[in-house]
Design a protein around this ligand. Structure first.
Ligand SMILES: O=C(O)c1ccc[n+]([C@@H]2O[C@H](COP(=O)([O-])O)[C@@H](O)[C@H]2O)c1
Ligand SMILES: Cc1cc2nc[nH]c2cc1C
Length: 352
């Protein structure tokens, strides 16, 4: 198959020329240099990513990938898997947090069923899945190599659809009961850390539940031979990943290849980002990390990616909600960059 390795194709670099132009403009604006802190850095980064002197974050596409997880049979989540499919209905009916945020932001919202237990004909949802739910990775691989390839490509297909509207930024989110267990297993394996250092409460496990969750992951990593040596990211995804997590990784690589900046959400999306960056390191440049989630392992994954998130609001919802909440910051950074007067225009003196 000609395109089987599409995710290894190069990702372009951000435009140095536009970054330098934006940097020079920031220095000329009526403020002490650097005084708008991270907002300045954001405008400069977006200028480089969008290849323009006037970066924007007006046209926002939100894509949310859903998947179910066989590992829930081990009691790793306080909620039943049914909630994933029920929430798909809520996204479409407009009652979920991300539905509200997408309306407030005038953003498009596409919900992709990348592997939930739902039937194939859910109205309002794009069904693009190789199977319903993953295998229970405490006993078997989460998915086959062919299913992994399908899920990665489902991420790319979603980016191709989103790209038609030429979005300024792409917000990526997820929904999947059990997916913090999968994300923690991926992270522990790729970073070669004991699962207890990563595992958190997810949707609300108590301390005893968290201990069992960590032990379940530690046993599974042994079973699949994923401890110790530098793990192959595709092998890790196949053994302990999720279909929505694989789709997210594919979407991030495809977005980078298509020069679309991505706003990364919380713990699960960041675990997908770590995987994507291990598969194709150049995609990292295209990822903007929106927030630090309250989920225990998130800071560790962010550190591994050398990422400084924009916000820390103790969010732990998922659905792309943290990334959506960061969009107004991007908009304000761009408005300041475009709209402030220069020292010369405003006849304001520079430093003595
Ligand atoms: O985004 C996060 O950081 C985050 C942290 C904890 C939980 N979640 C959400 O909660 C669900 C997974 O929780 P769990 O306990 O079932 O693994 C899934 O639908 C995620 O979107 C999301
Ligand atoms: C109700 C509910 C909504 C969610 N949205 C994302 N993850 C979630 C988990 C639960 C349990």
């Amino acid at each position: 198959m000609k395109d089987a390795d599409w995710f290894r194709d190069p990702c372009p670099q951000p435009s140095k020329t536009h970054e330098e132009g934006a940097e020079a403009r920031q220095t000329s604006l009526t403020k002490p240099p650097g005084s708008l802190g991270v907002l300045e850095r954001l405008a400069v980064r977006l200028a480089g990513l969008q290849g323009t002197d006037r970066p924007k974050a007006e046209n926002v596409a939100i894509v949310l990938f859903a998947g179910d997880h066989g590992i829930t049979a081990q009691g790793v989540s306080p909620y039943p898997s049914d909630v994933t499919v029920q929430m798909l209905g809520n996204f479409i009916q407009g009652g979920a947090a991300i539905s509200v945020l997408s309306r407030e932001l005038n953003a498009s919202l596409e919900v992709v069923d990348a592997g939930s237990l739902a039937p194939d004909d859910l109205p309002g949802v794009v069904t693009d899945k190789p199977r319903r739910g993953t295998g229970d990775f405490s006993a078997e691989p989460a998915m086959t190599a062919a299913e992994l390839a399908f899920a990665l490509a489902a991420g790319r297909r979603a980016v191709e659809r989103a790209a038609n509207a030429k979005p300024d930024v792409l917000v990526l989110g997820e929904m999947g009961i059990g997916n913090t267990t999968s994300a923690a297993a991926i992270t522990a394996s790729l970073l070669d850390l004991p699962p207890v250092e990563i595992v958190g409460a997810g949707a609300g496990l108590d301390d005893e539940g968290i201990r069992r969750k960590a032990a379940t992951i530690a046993d599974a990593l042994q079973l699949h031979g994923l401890t110790g040596a530098l793990a192959d990211p595709l092998a890790v995804l196949q053994a302990v990943g999720g279909l929505e997590i694989a789709a997210l990784a594919g979407a991030m690589i495809a977005a980078a290849q298509a020069r679309i900046p991505v706003l990364v959400d919380g713990f699960i999306v960041t675990a997908a980002a770590l995987t994507a960056a291990r598969i194709n390191p150049a995609c990292r440049d295209w990822l903007i990390f929106s927030h630090r989630s309250f989920e225990r392992g998130h800071q560790i994954v962010l550190q591994a990616l050398e990422a400084e998130p924009l916000l820390d609001l103790r969010l732990r919802l998922g659905e792309g909600s943290g990334a959506a909440v960061a969009v107004p910051l991007l908009r304000l950074a761009c408005a300041l960059h475009a709209g402030m007067a220069t020292f010369e225009e405003a006849s304001v003196s520079g430093p003595c």
